[in-house]
Design a protein around this ligand. Structure first.
Ligand code: GLC
Length: 473
């Protein structure tokens, strides 16, 4: 029997669940007695930047000289490598197998729809043909414009391209390296001058926003603490109106960037757009020899938790020095894609509605009368109870593979004699042992609006609760 109803009466528990919402970055708890279903969502931009809310899942690329010896991307700083030594890596920059179409193939197989690449990371080496420093890909043995090649492929394939730019610079003598976090100690050959450095930076940003066609985003990293200058983002907006700008630059930008931290953030929704970022490698963002990798399950749960809350997700790979992706990373992305493609309908064109239940083992998204139940946590058993929902769905299917899922509106047997005991919708016989390494998503179709899923009903009235299945109509 696929559908069973042991008891249809249920004590009313309203959907007035406390709503918590959180801004990008700083948490601001807010509760609302909804009496229905109102879930706060970040407002859309209402202009060309709204591609961000459609594409949702992107590929992050950290690539640079550090990939040549297979170092962590911050090894110049963390390993105290003298600048005069580090720059010698540029003599070996020759990624002869770099093929942007191959990258985009792998990206699309994973289900990702946009790409963000480190045009310049902290080491200062530039992956494009810049007139502002010789320390770039054109002057290395490779002699080709990596950003230009990637931009050409992205435009041809209609893939939004976003550019990462590190404000910290371990190469430019004018950047004030003062030994703060992510900064080198002062170097003897330096002539720190923030305003000269800003001229350099603005020139490079203008170059990136002018020479490569449409750019869909600008991803700042590592601003100097407290330094603000909205004119820089204004310039980007003028040159590239579709570009979304993150919050790590010279003002608050358009969206927040939580990093590798999905356990820390338990809010149910966001008030500002969010793009979480994570790497397949645990230790590093760039290609690193002997890297450790996250489990598929960890990544899928992380992706699910952000996408189900209306946020975007950027998953990173560090290409090898020859320009190809490491085999382990490709294998991970393929497995992520095998999970993501069937379940993506539960993320795209949906609303985040997790407050519909107070069961925090699941996240909920919805479209019309469809409710998606994301089994995001380590369930103790093979069921989930969706209190206060007490209405049967018309159908229940596992989105991952289309199989039917059993359900029941029931009292818990441990307390079914208690007066006023409510009955709730339970998804039962879930294949959790079989699917413990993935994130199952159950699709429930209802015959009514989702605001009517918790029906007021009579308490049990001292009833024994005994019903013969099928005879309880
Ligand atoms: C951190 C790391 C940096 C990396 C970035 C990606 O800021 O220091 O290496 O580029 O995260 O979000």
């Amino acid at each position: 029997m696929k559908r069973r109803t042991f008891l249809q009466v249920a004590a009313g528990a309203s959907l007035a669940v406390g709503l918590k919402s959180v801004g990008a970055g700083s948490a601001r708890a807010e509760s609302a007695n909804t009496g229905g279903l109102t879930v706060k969502r970040p407002p859309r931009f209402g202009d060309g930047r709204d591609w961000f809310f459609e594409k949702r899942f992107g590929l992050f690329i950290h690539w640079g000289l550090y990939s040549i010896p297979g170092w962590h991307e911050q090894h110049q700083w963390r390993g105290r490598i003298p600048r005069s030594e580090y720059v010698k890596l540029a003599d070996h920059w020759n990624p002869v197998h770099f093929d942007p179409d191959r990258w985009l193939d792998v990206m699309e197989e994973a289900g990702m729809k946009y790409i963000t690449i480190t045009a310049k990371h902290h080491d200062g080496f530039c992956l494009w043909d810049t007139e502002y420093t010789d320390y770039n890909t054109m002057n290395a043995p490779y002699g080709k414009d990596v950003i230009g090649m990637l931009a050409e492929a992205c435009h041809r394939r209609n893939v939004p391209l976003c550019l990462y730019y590190s404000i910290v610079d371990w190469h430019n003598p004018h950047y004030p390296n003062e030994g703060r976090s992510h900064e080198l100690p002062p170097q003897p050959q330096d002539s720190p001058d923030w305003s000269k450095y800003l001229e350099f930076l603005k020139g490079q940003v203008r170059e990136l926003c002018t020479n490569y066609g449409e750019i869909h985003g600008f991803w700042w990293d590592m601003n100097r603490p407290g330094y603000e200058d909205p004119s820089i983002n204004d310039m980007i907006r003028e040159l590239q109106p579709k570009a979304v700008i993150n919050n790590r630059g010279f003002d608050d930008g358009d969206y927040g960037t939580p990093e590798r931290d999905f356990h820390a953030d338990e809010s149910l929704s966001f008030v500002k757009p969010v793009e979480a970022c994570q790497s397949v490698g645990i230790q590093s963002w760039g290609y690193r020899k002997e890297e450790d990798f996250y489990t598929d399950r960890h990544l899928m749960r992380s992706i699910d938790r952000y996408l189900a809350r209306d946020a975007n997700y950027l998953l990173n790979v560090g290409p090898k020095p020859d320009g190809t992706f490491p085999e382990e990373s490709v294998a991970i992305l393929k497995r992520i894609g095998a999970w993501y493609h069937p379940v993506k309908e539960s993320f795209l064109d949906v609303k985040p509605v997790s407050p519909l239940t107070d069961n925090r083992d699941v996240m909920l998204t919805s479209r019309g009368r469809t409710l998606y139940v994301h089994l995001n946590q380590d369930l103790r058993g093979n069921f989930v109870q969706l209190n206060p929902i007490n209405v049967e769905p018309v159908s229940a299917k596992l989105v991952n593979d289309g199989r039917d899922i059993d359900y029941v509106v029931r009292f818990g047997p441990w307390s079914h004699r208690a007066e006023g005991q409510p009955a709730y919708l339970n998804l039962i016989n879930l294949p959790m042992n079989e699917m413990c390494n993935t994130v199952p998503v159950v699709k429930l179709e209802f015959d009514r609006s989702l605001t009517d899923l918790a029906q007021p009903s009579s308490p049990m009235d001292g009833d024994s609760g005994f019903r013969i299945p099928g005879n309880d109509a």
